[in-house]
Design a protein around this ligand. Structure first.
Ligand code: ARG
Length: 280
């Protein structure tokens, strides 16, 4: 199988939380009565950025200029799926986030990406699709809440560079509304290993996913602290504080956990990984 080898993340996109706020409710974590403290969120975001840089990756920042009415644009994991120099830009499920794709697409184009957008099929980027398995040649896509199963074939056609980059797209069905994106319940750590909260998936998907990678099962209490929503940079794993069992499990497997406070972002249903997009 020919492949584009995906090494440790070296370049990561982040979007400034300038307009971040909880202004609507599109997942069970959001409650307009529990507003986010934007000033605190900015500090947490800067701390996350500094931690990512300390772990050896470069952060490329998107300024959300003109995106005043898009408070969730900080969650740029939902911008697109990236493969080489191609970007499959998201078509959001909820109208509240629909406008974001224009900003992401413009930014990705300015960085030299060839972009694709499907007007008929909804898919929420790497929030709902993660590379894993040997050669990072399998894209596991969460379906059932936000992203459409029909995207699998479309992604494969558009992202397969001149037919040379052979990869497969596998769908996994999300069944627990609290885990509405795959990146809040599944986190590939390298080609062979991943964090996973099984009950977020239906039983068929739980079993099927194990065909592609070995799973380290995260307990529910850690999953609810967004332990699976971690930024992985080589052996470094950056996650929201308090997921003690997961941190131990990571250490036992040779990884270095870095706990950061993402509490203001948890109010919108996101944590560290949601605020990042791997650019290679
Ligand atoms: N409030 C946002 C939403 O519901 C949070 C997105 C989190 N992003 C992610 N990749 N899980 O869409």
């Amino acid at each position: 199988m020919n492949s584009i080898m995906l090494g440790p993340a070296k370049r990561i996109m982040m979007c400034k939380p300038t307009h971040y706020q909880v202004k609507y409710q599109i997942n069970p974590w959001m409650n307009v009565k529990r507003r986010a403290d934007n000033e605190r969120a900015q500090k947490q975001w800067l701390e996350l950025k500094a931690t990512i840089e300390k772990c050896g990756a470069t952060v490329e920042v998107m300024e959300p200029e003109g995106a005043e009415n898009l408070p969730d644009i900080v969650f740029c994991a939902n911008a697109a799926i990236i493969r080489g120099k191609r970007a499959y830009v998201s078509h959001f499920a909820h109208r509240q986030r629909e406008g974001e794709h224009v900003f992401y697409e413009k930014w990705l184009k300015s960085k030299g990406y060839q972009t694709f957008y499907n007007d008929n099929i909804r898919h929420e980027g790497t929030g709902d699709a993660l590379w894993c398995s040997q050669g990072m040649n399998t894209l596991i896509s969460g379906v059932g809440t936000r992203s459409d199963m029909r995207a699998a074939a479309d992604i494969r056609t558009k992202m397969n560079q001149e037919g040379k980059d052979d990869f497969q797209v596998v769908c996994a069905r999300l069944v627990d509304p609290r885990f509405y994106h795959i990146d809040v319940c599944f986190c590939p750590l390298n080609e062979n290993l991943a964090l996973f909260y099984p009950n977020a998936f239906d039983p068929v998907s739980q079993n099927n996913m194990k065909n592609y990678t070995t799973m380290l099962e995260v307990p529910e209490k850690d999953a609810l602290k967004f332990a699976c929503n971690a930024v992985v940079i080589g052996k470094n794993v950056i996650l929201h504080e308090g997921a003690k069992e997961t941190e131990k499990m990571l250490e036992m497997n040779g990884f270095i956990p870095h706990a950061v406070d993402m509490s203001e972002f948890l109010k919108a249903g996101g944590s560290s990984k949601c605020c990042t997009l791997r650019l290679e």
